[in-house]
Design a protein around this ligand. Sequence first.
Ligand code: OGA
Ligand code: FE
Length: 272
Amino acid sequence: MSDPTSVQGIFNYMAPMEHRPQYFLYTPPEGTVQHRPENVKHTMTVRDGRGAGLSLDGEGFEIVPHVSRVKDFYDNDEVREVYYPEVGELLKKHTGATRVHTFDHNQRHGDRDRYDSAGVSQPVRFAHNDYTLKSGPQRVRDLVPDDAETLLQHRFAVINVWRAIGPPIESTPLGVLDASSLQPEDFVDTDLVYEDRTGEIYSVTHRPEHRWFYFPKMHIEEAMLLKCYDSATDGRARFTAHSAFDDPDTSEGAPPRESIEARSLVFWAPEA
Ligand code: OGA
Ligand code: FE
């Protein structure tokens, strides 16, 4: 009998490789050798995270009720003007942080005809974490250069606030890996090579013990908080890998997934 509180999902993991993996996010000069990782698919149990007692510091993610005043989540100006401050308030309230700097967002749409228009992206079916030991602090230096050295003396985190912006999500939900089921060796430094800079993310290699979760039918008045970096080394969750996957329970004719994620630097520095 199938377990009503879990589904089987197929996830793309990175196949182990010799070279440092890299993705070019522009067309590199002719003759450039690209060390693009190969994916390997693994079928994993994905548990329903609702009521599972998940927390940002325990497993690295959780879901909270949150009502936004944003009318059109595809309007980038409105997102910056209305949503970013809401995200800041939510994170302060939820984490006790003293300062939050929300710095970017992506809308995603599961329908092929909708992504790339107006900067809308598609779901990402690849297990990864957006920041690494190196690129977490680098983001602080890039975004708040004047205060970075002071801020970096205290605990800080990068937290992604992820939500539905259309109908309740049925197709291609976001799976998230319980940080406590990951070992440091599962994370592989991976370069994102842009024309003007190189970012670093973690690709993830498979381990049978990985515990995946998702929140079925996320709706617009909920927010998933997802920790992508934490400077604390006291045993809290520091990195939370995630990937879109195809939920086999998706009903026929379910609408394509529509979501937004907004990323913030979250500081616990004492106030000046
Ligand atoms: C993210 C992310 C992928 C998706 O929010 O960082 O990788 O499919 N999202 O929503
Ligand atoms: Fe991501």
